[in-house]
Design a protein around this ligand. Structure first.
Ligand code: SAH
Length: 375
């Protein structure tokens, strides 16, 4: 089976996509960041060569991944061999990070905790960001060709890594579907449920604390499997994709929108050392384990015999996002809220310029990968 890697929206980020304003913030904040010992990887950055080339295991801030004492549980697929951190350590860090930061995010940005989708080179005002986040959802659905007509549209949806449930509620409304969201953060699950009740959607959507790598659902349960910016947190990409495929019903659409590192060229065995250093810093702040490339995801989907596999690089379309988040953190309200939301959140905020740097260097890719489970 051939994976069609779309080129229509797959392009290098143009210099113009990053405004100069972006880097007037990024430079001093990065400089500040580098001086903070806690944002440097606390344990030695570890790069592990996996069967899937280019998978980079990085240190996880307060130590989710350790060079020694590491569980070496293997993925179920032979397509990749991510090495997992000690059970529960990374998950605990992720849960605590979102427990601490979700209130602040919602306060300033609303209930979608993902990038917006923007027209390239557009001038964007603050009020445009929320609609850009909705547009991200719509563009993803369209890219995956999710059917709109009454008979074929999704009736059951799983939102894997649901945040405070923004996507679930949107999809429940759009399709009249039943949605179930899972997150590692108890605070998020509770807030997602409260928002659903407040919006009259309590009978349509439900949320629980559960691990995407071991989902509490039976096989073939959902006709839309949705993962919006959660894949980057998954320490075993093969297990992650395996679970998405397992819970998908025959004919279901699977949509993964996630942060990847650039694809390796045929002559490369791994990323360059300075690229690994940058990713490790980001991992430390955002509780991320190994990164992989879009091609790695495509390989995993192929290995599971999934159909209509499509992938694209949407980095250019998300370029205004991080500068806007940084600007919002630097307003008086944002700053005060940030200071009150604890060190984990502050550490994440300080790492935001590194994301911009990663995009600018063509190292970080904002990827969409979609496919269909065979009937
Ligand atoms: N999709 C949401 C939230 C993105 S933030 C949105 O677009 O608004 C990343 C989310 O992934 C958080 O809710 C976090 O708890 C969740 N997550 C990370 N690792 C997870 C795992 N192993 N299992 C379940 N959820 C996970």
């Amino acid at each position: 089976m051939m994976a069609s890697v779309s080129t229509s929206k797959s392009m290098n980020m143009s210099a113009a996509a990053h405004s100069s304003r972006t880097f007037s913030w990024a430079a001093p904040m990065s400089a500040l960041l580098m001086r903070l010992p806690c944002v440097r990887p606390t344990c030695q950055a570890v790069r592990r060569k996996s069967q899937t080339r280019g998978v980079v295991a990085a240190s996880g801030g307060e130590g989710p991944i350790k060079p020694s004492g590491m569980s070496t549980r293997r993925s179920r697929s032979t397509a990749t061999r991510a090495v997992l951190p000690e059970d529960g350590v990374l998950q605990k860090g992720i849960a605590e990070f979102y427990d601490a930061s979700s209130g602040l995010w919602e306060d300033i940005w609303g209930d979608h905790m993902h990038h917006g989708f923007y027209d390239p080179n557009a001038t964007v005002s603050v009020s445009d960001h929320r609609s850009a986040q909705i547009r991200m959802i719509e563009e993803a659905l369209q890219f995956a060709a999710v059917p709109e007509d009454q008979m074929k549209r999704p009736k059951s949806v799983v939102d894997v890594g649901c945040g405070i449930g923004g996507s679930s509620r949107y999809l429940a409304r759009k399709y009249g579907a039943q949605c179930q969201g899972i997150t590692l953060s108890p605070v998020q699950a509770q807030r997602a449920q409260a928002l659903a009740a407040a919006q009259g959607l309590a009978d349509k959507v439900s949320f629980q604390v559960a691990d995407a790598l071991n989902q509490p659902f039976s096989d073939a349960q959902f006709d839309l499997v949705w993962s919006m910016e959660s894949g980057e947190h998954m320490p075993d990409k093969a297990m992650f994709v395996g679970e998405l495929a397992r819970v998908a019903a025959p004919g279901a659409t699977i949509i993964i929108v996630t942060w990847c590192h650039r694809d390796l060229s045929p002559s490369e065995e791994s990323l360059r050392p300075e690229e690994i250093v940058l990713l490790n810093k980001i991992c430390g702040a955002f509780y991320l384990p190994a990164w992989c490339s879009t091609a790695d995801y495509v390989n995993l989907l192929q290995s599971l015999s999934l159909q209509d596999i499509k992938a694209a690089d949407w980095s250019e379309y998300v370029a205004p996002f991080w500068p806007a988040v940084i600007s919002s953190a630097l307003t008086w309200k944002g700053f005060i809220s940030l200071m009150g939301s604890g060190w984990k959140t502050i550490k994440g905020a300080l790492a935001m310029p590194l994301m911009i740097e990663g995009y600018k260097k063509d190292l970080i890719k904002f990827a969409i990968i979609t496919c269909r489970k065979p009937e």
